[in-house]
Each structure stands twice: as C-alpha cells, then as structure tokens.
Design a protein around this ligand. Structure first.
Ligand code: XIL
Length: 379
C-alpha cells in the first residue's frame, strides 16, 4: 500500500516526513484495533488478490468479455483478482462460428485485460459435450471427421494462446454421475464400444494440447465429483492411469457449484489430498453457492447469506490446507452477472461474493478471512 493512497496524507502542502509519521501512527492504531477485533487485514483494506499472493494461491473468477467495458465491473475485477477465465469466450460456440472460421476476438479481449492488470488466464474449455455450435453437433460428421475437427481445433486454439493462457481445461465434464463416460460428439458412434474406447478421446485431447503448447498446464475439469464417491473415484482412477502412462495431465479442476447450502468439506479436502498425491495440481474452478430466491429475485431467507459465507470459507479452507491446491476461482464475481439465475429458471441467485451493485457480501469476507488466516507462503 503506498502512502499516497492513504486518506491521511493527501494535502499537497503537507511536509513529507510529517505525513509519513502521521500515516505510521494511524496504521499502528488500525493494526492495534484489528488485533482487538481479530481482523487486522480488513482494517488495512487488503484485497483478495493481495491476500491470495501472500497465501501462495491464485484467486480468480470467470469473466464475460462484453462486460469489461463496464467501469464498476472492470475496476472490481482488476482490484480483487489475479486470475481470470473466460466464462464462454473460449468455448466452441464462440470461437467457431463456422467450420472454416476461428473468432478469437472475445478471448483476446480477456487476455489483453488480464495482461494489463497483471492477471493470469485459465482457458476453458477445449472439448466438452455441450456449448458446441449446431454446425458441428448436428453436422452429421463421421467419427473420423470429428476426430480431425477436434485435433485441428485444439492445435489452432492452444497455439493461438500459447504463452497467454497458462492453464487449460482440456476436457470438461466427460463423466456422468456414475463415473461412466458420457456419450458426446467426441466419442460418437462408439456407444456400444468398451469403456476404455469411449474414453480414448480424453487422453488424446491432452496429447494434442501438450504438443501445441508444452508449457501450458493441462487440466481435466469436472462437476459434482468434488468430494468422495463413485464419480470422484472414477475421475481419480482415470487420472492415476493417465499419470502412470505418462499422458500429459497436470491438474484437476473441481467445479464446485453448490446448490443446497451444504458441502462435505472434509470429503473435499480428502479428495484434494489424494489428487495432489498423484502429483497433480488442483484448482477450484467454478465455485458458486446458489441461494433460493422469490419471484422478485429477493432472498427467501436473508440469513442464508451467512450460511453461504460458511460454505465459501469451508471450501476455501479445504483448498488452502493442501499445498497442491493452487487456485480458488468463482464462476463470476457479481450477482449482477451469474449463470445461476437463468440455469435455475430464476429460482436461485445471490451465488457470488459481490452483490448486484458490487458491494462485498459475507461470502466475500469469508473468502478473505480464509485467505488471511493462511500463514505466508514463500513465493
Ligand atoms: C455456463 C456459462 O456460465 C453460461 O454463460 C453458458 O450459457 C453455459 O455455460 N460448467 C461449466 C461452465 O464448465 O462452462 C458452465 O458455464 C457452467 C457449468
């Protein structure tokens, strides 16, 4: 924090030494008050990104390219976060308006914003069974043509962003709730083939991505398998197998969309531990905690904000207790722009750390406190 940003020192006529002395006294006073109230970092006004750097993790959010021109959105984003991930801008339906075209404009805007503000970029996502344009999902392509389209897409996109995107979600949500491979266009025509054959495209995608940018960290990203159970066991087994055979996988993304205000944080912590035990990094990639709302979008129960804060803190702590968990990212940061409204048919909302007018919610404070609690890490 520079002295010139402190309100106690703004008079131009003030002598430098006196100003510094007064600032010192005020900061000392605030710190002492902080000890009394137990929240010194709050009084000093550190942002999430400052706390996260001290704690040795990244703190990030999904972002919408078309909102970067909104001053409050951009200012909050740049002030609080050191990691961004395009919410949609690097998905097929945005990048690939047609078979012969790549449209990098939105993704490039996000990369430019990140670079201007010293933030890292996570790419999301190279292959997913959803968010694909009709020309491919309904194009009647043969399995061989789809394989070629996937290979070309991954090579072109990863090369385009080489050096700008430090980590990619290479494959998203490939397994169902039982841990079986979902049928998608990427394994089309293989419905009655063996499980291994239906999963082959996943490993193949990692190999193509690695060839296109050997320095990028490559993640498998999955939903609803963050704790312990059949699905997370299947993900773990798949990644263990990849590691054993030298497939270039570096990390696991735990999405963490919470819809019922409860999370088994101990199970999440155990899962993180076993994944990092494979030598993988773990990122919490899409954290949000949806709350029930009335028809006018008001909260059903205002006390839910505190319950929500506890869920945020529990998840952040589950990550922070294991050194290999290196990023905590929410799926958006302001309730003004969150996928929860439309995806829940407006029965849920208020899922993120900032409200609709960019005010900090208890969830923000909980995340901040969890980061501040972690002893400083060596960079
Ligand atoms: C969602 C976006 O937030 C929406 O804007 C879009 O309409 C659909 O996709 N899991 C994922 C994300 O991996 O890509 C999804 O994002 C949310 C669920």
């Amino acid at each position: 924090m520079s002295f010139t940003t402190l309100p106690f020192c703004v008079e131009v006529s003030e002598r430098g030494e006196y100003c510094v002395f007064r600032t010192f006294v005020v900061v000392l006073g605030m710190t002492a008050l902080g000890w009394v109230t137990g929240s010194p970092s709050f009084l000093l006004g550190q942002t999430l990104r400052e706390e996260s750097r001290r704690a040795g993790v990244l703190v990030g959010t999904a972002v919408r390219a078309d909102r970067l021109s909104e001053p409050a959105y951009a200012a909050t984003l740049a002030r609080e976060y050191n990691l961004v991930e395009p919410e949609d801008a690097m998905k097929w339906w945005v990048l690939r308006p047609s078979r012969g075209e790549f449209d990098f404009r939105q993704g490039d805007d996000i990369v430019r914003f990140a670079q201007a503000h010293g933030m890292k970029v996570r790419g999301h996502c190279l292959l997913w069974g959803r968010s694909n344009p009709d020309w491919i999902s309904q194009g009647g392509f043969s399995p061989a043509q789809l394989t070629e389209l996937a290979r070309d897409h991954i090579a072109t996109v990863v090369r385009h962003y080489a050096g700008d995107v430090f980590a990619w979600d290479v494959v998203n949500e490939a397994l169902d709730e039982n841990g079986e491979p979902r049928d998608t266009i990427w394994n089309a025509g293989l419905h009655s083939a063996s499980r291994a054959r239906r999963m082959e495209y996943i490993e193949q995608a990692f190999r193509w991505a690695h060839a296109a940018d050997p320095r990028a960290l490559l993640f498998y990203n999955e939903a609803e398998g963050e704790g312990l159970g059949q699905k997370s066991d299947a993900v773990y087994a798949m990644l263990k197998d990849f590691r054993a055979r030298g497939a270039p996988v570096d990390g696991m993304g735990l999405q963490m969309h919470i819809t019922n205000l409860t999370v088994d944080a101990a199970a999440v912590a155990s899962n993180i531990k076993r994944l990092t035990g494979l030598g993988l990094q773990v990122h919490i990639t899409e954290l949000d905690v949806a709350l029930p709302v009335n028809a006018d979008s008001s909260l059903r129960d205002p006390a839910d904000l505190d319950r929500q804060a506890k869920v945020y803190a529990d998840i952040a702590r589950a990550c922070l207790q294991t050194p290999g968990c290196t990023a905590i990212e929410t799926w958006g940061f302001t309730d003004k722009y969150s996928w929860i409204g439309s995806s829940s048919r407006h029965t849920r909302g208020w899922a993120l750390p900032f409200d609709r007018v960019y005010q900090k919610k208890p969830a923000y404070e909980a995340l901040h406190r969890a980061l501040a609690e972690k002893p400083p890490q060596n960079p």
